[in-house]
Design a protein around this ligand. Structure first.
Ligand code: SF4
Length: 449
């Protein structure tokens, strides 16, 4: 009598780059005949692919793990495997802390998963976290999509070689390493073949793509190659670094219709002294110059950025400069973070820490200012027409759908709520904007001409 395959469920935490790893984990196990279920409660083994880059992310990872420990203690599941950035960062210390957990692997070694799962099912406790990760997947690596069928992420590089003083990611993910262009193009072609219309390019710093492999920045060339692929509709660039945004890249963004006029480029701050203390390799002037080049050469570009409130030593005046800049620059999309002291980073242990209450107050001011900017920005679009990619449809069948314009990356930006007949998930429809919200738009489907 053939034994029932072990049932796996996976909870993916953190960023889009971690989601790609989660897809590889599931794809690898499925290829080996393991069954995959969406519901942790009906699984034998639950995998948590964790995040640990800041305090809040660590908390969420630990809470998710402890919820599963309760399920295990209640006899609902047989085992828990913790993967990703938390075990990669804390290693054996985490294993000592979490005695109920059956296995730990870091940000690589996914090919060993089938044996690891079988060992756990056989009652063994597994620890397989490698130091100095060097892993890069390629287009043949099995992936089980966790995104809707019409969009996907491609990780074009892994790791980071910058030394931003607040960031622990280089310690977790290792040095910057680019994937071969051929592998990325082949992967994109395969995704398009499976119905993907929007490809989101991710990495820790996508603008450094190629410098290690080809001894020159090659992102512009990669974008051009991908834009020539038959069937691709939207190519989107995420996680760019303001210090490496060359004119060649701006030309491709301006000239290639299939490259979304959208870029995610975290500036983190605008004050020169703080940028220096953050070791960002940028300055007030270089950031202003980049924004002027982007807005000047790519009409209608939507710029997303991220800023940090309360970096150690940040004075009221320096914070004021950042707040004024957010109001002046009118970013289409902005995420603000409260500075999180991360042990092992150069900024940790600073004697000039900003009090928690003050950090939160500054974060609130930034978000308030951005809400106003976003609301004003959106009002410009009343009466405009946009191509909208439909992500969700109202279950009740009331004809309401939710989608995104080129100005919205999946899961992190705004949405368009539109009504109209015959709209399906994954469709591109033309919508006329009839109303606005702080971060979102409201529209109606235009009849196809
Ligand atoms: S560029 Fe800086 S902030 Fe971004 S992952 Fe690298 S070290 Fe961290």
């Amino acid at each position: 009598m053939p034994t029932k395959p072990t049932k796996i469920s996976l909870i993916s935490l953190g960023c889009a780059r971690n989601l790609v790893d989660s897809e590889i984990i599931l794809g690898t196990l499925k290829d080996y005949g393991f069954a995959v279920t969406d519901s942790p409660r009906s699984a034998d083994i639950v995998i948590v692919n964790t995040c640990s880059f800041i305090e809040d992310a660590k908390k969420e990872s630990i809470e998710t793990i402890l919820d599963l420990v309760e399920l295990k203690n209640a006899g609902r599941i047989k085992g828990i495997l913790v993967t990703g950035c938390l075990p990669q960062r804390y290693g054996k210390a985490l294993q000592r802390e979490l005695g109920e957990i059956n296995g730990f692997i870091g940000v690589e070694g996914f090919a060993r998963l089938p044996k690891i799962i079988n060992d756990i099912m056989a009652g063994k406790r597994v620890y397989s976290v490698t130091r100095n990760p060097a892993y890069l997947y390629d287009w043949k690596t099995p992936r089980q999509a966790l995104t809707p069928r019409h969009f996907a992420y491609i990780k074009i590089s892994e790791g980071c070689s910058h030394k931003c003083s607040f960031c622990v990611i280089p310690k977790i993910r290792g040095r910057h390493r680019s994937r071969g262009m051929g592998s990325i193009v082949a992967e994109a072609q395969a995704l398009i073949g499976r119905g993907v219309k929007e490809i989101n390019l991710v990495g820790q710093d996508t603008t450094l793509y190629g410098v290690d492999l080809y001894r020159r920045p090659a992102l512009a060339e990669l974008l051009e190659k991908l834009a020539r692929l038959k069937g691709v509709r939207w190519l989107r660039l995420l996680y760019a670094h303001p210090a490496h945004f060359n004119d060649g890249l701006i030309s491709v963004m301006a000239g290639e219709e299939r490259v979304c006029k959208y870029v995610d480029v975290p500036i983190q701050h605008i004050n020169d002294r703080i940028l220096k203390a953050m070791r960002r390799g940028t300055s007030n002037a270089s950031i202003r110059d980049l924004l002027a080049r982007l807005r000047g050469r790519v009409p209608g570009i939507a710029i997303r950025t991220a800023v940090i409130a309360g970096f150690p030593g940040e004075t009221d005046k320096e914070f004021g400069e950042l707040l004024d800049f957010v109001k002046e620059a009118k970013f289409e999309r902005l995420g603000a973070f409260v500075y999180s002291e991360e042990e092992g980073t150069p900024a940790a242990g600073s004697k000039r820490a900003v009090p928690e209450k003050e950090k939160l107050a500054r974060w609130n001011e930034l978000m308030k200012a951005q809400r106003r900017v976003s609301s004003e920005n959106n009002k410009r679009f009343i009466g405009s027409r946009f191509k909208v990619l439909i992500d969700e449809k109202e279950a009740s069948g009331g004809g309401s759908c939710m989608g995104r314009t080129y100005m919205d990356a999946p899961e992190i930006d705004g949405a368009v709520y539109i009504k109209g007949p015959g709209i399906r998930i994954g469709d591109f429809v033309t919508a006329r904007i009839t109303g606005t919200l702080e971060y979102d738009l409201i529209g109606v489907k235009e009849p196809v001409k």
